[in-house]
Design a protein around this ligand. Structure first.
Ligand SMILES: Cc1ncc(COP(=O)(O)O)c(C=O)c1O
Length: 425
């Protein structure tokens, strides 16, 4: 049974029995600023006292307008419209509705295929799930995925973790570029591939192909956006500006549900009315309280230079994880960018997922929260993605807890990999 949470502060969460957990995965890789940051909660309280909800067709709100300005300034490339949602999944749905409307209104209904990667994860709503290359999360749900006929998948060859330029080019050729409405890609993977990054050359080539064949390039930055990979957006590592960027998770650092779909002029300019007037959306989307939380998070992240902090802490954590890899044969290696990192794991030959679930459980015993990842044995891993504000001392604490958790699995590791038992800490 899961423990009952009592309270949390910074990178530590406490249960009702008084046990302390180091949040080594920022909840679901969303609590980017850590727990209980007063700069955020105080501003949320102020907003609660003013007004929590007004509907977007009846009022504008200052926090939402200011948040929109920040996102426009920080995004890769120009953004002309920002459409708000409550979750990463519904912001992906917005992107799907956008590309569908674009082609329907331009008399190109045949241009309807959305190409995504397996592995990928884009959300649990029906459209986003159909677009996800995550067989475990899709299992038995096929009857719900009405749009799956218009989704195609590209799969990495030769045992690779992510598709490369050749894989994408072949897939686009197979579909026929004239039929391709959009490509959706995670610049750095999350729960499906275990933080495996798309290579930069692939992202740059997709940008060229999108311009050549006039499909919409959508970057799913729900996990990687707003600082996690050491830059504001992971696309910036490759120097590309997608047509649409989707953000969620770290945008509010878990303080309130809010997400956004950022739309460039290359797409918005093809409509003769504001896109937001066509897309509709959810009741709570962009309501003042969530907007105030998002605004407080983004302003705090700018003033505290959170992406730079993530880059620095990411280097130190990578070193820690590489040391761990050397000591524990169950670990196959380290991957990821900035503080979006993962430990690759030897898969249990008898069961998948196995090792990642066991390590997550052992870590919890040792007071460390990790996030299991991978869509198959090749990708079996755990995400190690602490808050971007984590200090050096807290990273050392994480290292000790992780080492202890891996030691708990050492007898299993010896059986699975045939390696000798490691020395104790
Ligand atoms: C890359 C990516 N896209 C979309 C989503 C869906 O976001 P949400 O769970 O907020 O609906 C997630 C969630 O894990 C994600 O990692």
């Amino acid at each position: 049974m899961l423990p009952v949470v009592s309270h949390a502060t910074g990178v530590y969460v406490f249960d009702e029995a008084g046990k302390e957990y180091l949040d080594g995965c920022s909840g679901a890789v969303n609590v980017n600023l850590g727990h209980g940051v007063e700069d955020i909660t105080k501003r949320m309280h102020d907003q609660i006292d003013k007004v929590c909800f007004t509907y977007r067709t009846q009022f504008r709100s200052r926090p939402l307008e200011q948040l929109t300005e920040h996102l426009k300034q920080l995004a890769p490339g120009e953004v002309s419209e920002v459409v708000y949602g409550n979750s990463g999944s519904d912001a992906i749905e917005t992107a799907l509705r956008l590309v569908t409307l674009l082609n329907a209104r331009s008399y190109r209904p045949f241009k309807s295929t959305v190409l995504t990667e397996e592995p990928s994860y884009h959300g649990m709503t029906a459209g986003a799930l159909a677009a996800s290359g995550h067989p475990l999360r899709r299992e038995h749900l096929t009857p719900l995925l009405a749009n799956q006929a218009t989704v195609a998948k590209v799969r990495p060859k030769n045992g690779a973790l992510r598709a490369d330029v050749e894989d994408w080019e072949e897939a686009i050729e197979r579909i026929g570029p004239a039929n391709l409405a959009a490509v959706i890609i995670e610049p750095v993977g999350g729960a499906s591939s275990g933080a495996a990054p798309a290579d930069r050359e692939t992202l740059r080539r997709l940008r060229e192909l999108a311009d050549e064949h006039r499909f919409v390039l959508v970057a799913d930055e729900v996990m990687s956006g707003l600082g996690r990979t050491g830059t504001w957006f992971a696309s910036q590592h490759a120097g590309i500006a997608p047509d649409v960027t989707v953000v969620g998770k770290g945008m509010s650092s878990g303080y309130a549900p809010i997400s956004a779909t950022l739309i460039s002029p290359s797409v918005a300019g093809q409509f003769d009315v504001p896109v937001s007037s066509l897309l509709f959306g959810h009741t709570m989307a962009g309501a003042p309280l969530a907007a105030a939380a998002g605004l407080a998070v983004v302003e705090y992240s700018r003033s505290e230079q959170i992406p730079q902090k993530a880059a620095r802490a990411g280097e130190r954590l990578r070193q820690i994880l590489e040391d761990v890899t050397g000591r524990h044969p169950l670990v196959t290696g380290v991957r990821g960018v900035g503080l979006q990192l993962a430990l690759g794991l030897h898969s249990d030959p008898d069961r998948f997922p196995g090792t990642s679930a066991d390590l997550t459980r052992a870590a919890r015993e040792e007071g460390l929260l990790l996030y299991p990842a991978g869509i198959g044995p090749r990708w079996e891993s755990v995400l190690v993605t602490p808050p971007l504000t984590i200090s050096d001392r807290e990273l050392d604490d994480l290292a000790v807890r992780l080492d202890r958790a891996l030691l708990r699995l050492a007898p299993r590791a010896a059986r699975t990999t045939g390696a000798a038992l490691p020395a104790t800490v």
